[in-house]
Design a binder for this molecule. Structure first.
Ligand code: IVH
Length: 669
């Protein structure tokens, strides 16, 4: 492609992708499919690879991460990043409003907002373009985390029609509850300790050196304050509403995340509403923020040393109850990790009955100095799982027994180990310890791994009890008689089990690799490894250097992979699985034909016999290439019903052949 054309195409694609990003992540109203989006993104990535001189630091390709920041630069805040004064009672809010009245002459108007429980961020824009993003730091200077913030899809990289050419917008970066839970599920799957609280994890993630990690974790950002010297508004409310028009994700009026009121009663109504409703929000909040709306009144009221007088935070009381610690039990995970659990006298907390609380690890038990029968305080704060925050020592009886962390595995009695630098204890008896043996098989058959229908944890337990399975390879030796003789197993179910096992032999290599349960090898890593090494033998013999050369594979994963393949028992299992017919190499996609080789297609409109995605797949399976928009290079436009008139006109003016669905079917048959 000629460089001028490439440059123009890169710009057009970037604008189009930015637009769709906004519709998806800010408006939650996408108008194109994920596949269409990915096709455009891929075209941009390809062009950027060919013409690196035209890559903008604000390209939508930066959203997927990849930029590494070795050390974050420190940036002095143009406007200091202050904090809010906190209040914990309604009286304090009333007093605050009374004080305000004395400081201003005109009637007051307030804006009430949610107090997002995340990490504060200041993002600067110049001429409508993202410049940098800086954390709060000590309030005077913070760390520049631009590469990481750029991966948050709801943060715009270029703005829509703003008249303010130099300003900073501030807000909060946080983990949506769903993204936090998904991340923890994934961590559990690969044997990494789970994170305890969304706020700390958001903060840790934001400081990650590898922006790809940030991109994958799904942080979000809500912006709630504009700072600049010549801003085109006179009230805070207008600034938030205008920021929304510029393309920022701001608090929603419809969902009552923000409201305007001229009375203290209005403030109280907002507080009461969210005190109840906060548990139903898709993210964590720890209170309400009330701000004076008028900028000129804000100026009249001014600041104390640490915080503005024109704003105040009302903090929700963390719900805390006292109950009795009955026992501490220890769970053994698939990877041998030990998790202590506090069993409590059931108690009502935040609308649910709490019977158990996580104790995380030995240090936590030691720190709380827990004794059996203790009266403990339990809180449901930022954490999803309730936690013990303290002990009412006055209620402790003199003969109460201190809790000592176990030294032997509760399941197999082998000695526990704690690796240097890790908080968790592990049982290393992985070949015998029942929950580890069963857990590995459960992981193997799970939906995202081998997806073996008809078997669940109960069947695995029954097979284990009868000594029929000890490793995943044993599944493939099971006979009908063995299965049907299990308790509560009818002929039909036994057949289902065997069919599920047989069907799993066609599961692709990357999922087999994930199913093996190698430490730190989750779904994505398994995919990368499978693509890089193509088959298991190449992986078994791969050197450390070859492993770390693979995209996303770091030292920790490389060591775990090498360790796994030095274990004779693992190698034997793999041999048996291979002999059983499982896939241990990637299947290169085979083409149906080369009929469309060298041809590029733009697919548009609605089709009768195929979905748009199916048509695109057919193009690729016959050697053709899909592109997102029409250019002189396009070979064909494949037009369904309702194709836009602009596209039609462009195709006609460039003299591109327009195909109907029937023409296309003829072409490939
Ligand atoms: S306004 C002068 N609005 O709370 C400070 N802050 O203790 C202006 N926060 O550092 C901040 N939600 O990280 C404001 N709706 C909201 C907020 C909010 C959360 C955080 C912010 C700030 C801290 C103040």
């Amino acid at each position: 492609m000629d460089p001028n054309k490439a440059k123009a195409r890169i710009e057009a694609l970037s604008a189009e992708l930015n637009h769709h990003n906004h519709l998806y992540y800010v408006e939650s109203e996408p108008v194109i499919s994920d596949l269409e989006f990915d096709t455009l993104l891929r075209e941009l990535q390809d062009l950027e690879a060919q013409f690196p001189e035209f890559v903008s630091p604000l390209s939508p390709t930066k959203r997927v991460g990849g930029d590494i920041t070795k050390k974050f630069a420190t940036i002095v805040h143009r406007y200091p990043m202050l904090s809010l004064s906190n209040s914990y009672s309604e009286e304090e809010i009333v007093e605050w409003a009374e004080r305000l009245k004395k400081g201003v002459s005109e009637p007051l108007e307030y804006v009430c907002e949610l107090k997002y429980d995340g990490v504060a961020i200041g993002i600067s824009y110049r001429n409508g373009q993202f410049v940098h993003a800086v954390t709060r730091g000590d309030g005077t200077r913070g760390e520049e985390v631009s590469n990481n913030v750029k991966t948050i899809r709801s943060v715009p990289l270029s703005l829509k029609g703003t008249t303010a050419d130099d300003f900073e917008i501030r807000g909060e970066i946080f983990f949506p509850k769903k993204a936090f839970e998904a991340m923890n599920r994934q961590r559990e799957e690969i044997g990494e300790p789970v994170f305890a609280n969304p706020r700390n994890s958001a903060s840790g993630t934001l400081k990650s050196q590898d922006s790809r990690v940030v991109a994958e974790r799904g942080l979000d950002c809500i912006l709630y304050g504009v700072y600049g010297d010549d801003l085109p508004f006179e009230t805070h409310w207008d600034s938030v509403m205008t920021a929304k028009e510029w393309g920022f994700k701001t608090p929603s009026i419809e969902q009552r995340y923000i409201a305007k009121t001229d009375s203290v009663e209005g403030i109280m109504e907002f507080i009461h509403y969210w005190d109840k409703e906060r548990y139903n929000l898709p993210f964590e909040i720890d209170g309400i923020v009330i701000k004076v709306n008028s900028y000129s009144q804000q100026q009249d009221l001014g600041f104390t040393a640490k915080s503005p007088r024109w704003a105040i935070a009302y903090k929700f009381k963390a719900e805390r109850v006292e109950t009795k610690l009955e026992t501490v039990t220890y769970q053994v995970g698939r990877t041998g990790a030990i998790t202590p659990v506090a069993n409590l006298t059931p108690v009502l907390l935040g609308g649910t009955v709490v019977k158990r609380a996580s104790l995380h690890n030995a240090d936590q038990i030691e720190k709380l100095d827990l004794h059996l029968g203790d009266a403990v305080y339990v809180e449901k704060g930022g954490e999803i799982i309730p936690k013990i925050v303290g002990v009412n020592v006055e209620k402790r009886t003199p003969d109460a027994q201190k809790i000592h962390y176990i030294e032997l595995c509760p399941e197999c009695q082998s000695e526990l180990h704690r690796r240097e630098g890790e908080a968790q204890h592990y049982c290393l008896n992985d070949q015998v310890c029942p929950p580890q043996v069963k857990g590995r098989i459960e992981h193997f058959i799970s939906r995202k791994a081998m997806n073996i229908d008809g078997i669940g944890a109960e069947t695995i337990n029954a097979l284990y009890q009868k000594d029929l399975v000890r490793t995943v390879a044993d599944l493939y030796d099971l006979t009908f008689d063995e299965v049907v003789n299990l308790e509560r197993m009818a002929d039909k179910s036994a057949n289902n089990v065997l069919k599920g096992i047989a069907d799993s032999k066609s599961v692709p290599f990357e999922r087999v690799l994930f199913a093996l349960g190698i430490r730190f090898v989750g779904e994505t890593v398994a995919k990368k490894l499978a693509q890089a090494f193509k088959n298991i033998d190449a992986m078994i013999t791969a050197s450390y250097d070859e492993l770390v050369a693979v995209e996303e594979i770091g030292e920790k994963i490389a060591i775990a992979v090498q360790q796994y393949f030095t274990d004779e028992r693992a190698l034997k299992t793999i041999q048996r699985l291979k002999a059983a017919g499982l896939q241990f190499e990637i299947e290169e996609a085979t083409l149906d034909s080369n009929l469309l080789e060298g041809k590029t297609f733009v697919v548009s409109g609605v089709f009768t016999n195929f979905s748009r995605d199916e048509i695109k797949e057919l193009i690729e399976r016959n050697g053709g290439k899909n592109v997102g928009s029409i250019s002189a290079k396009t070979s064909y436009v494949l037009a369904g019903e309702n194709m836009g008139p602009a596209k039609l006109e462009k195709a006609t003016s460039l003299g591109i052949t327009i195909l109907s669905e029937a023409d296309f079917v003829k072409m490939i048959s």
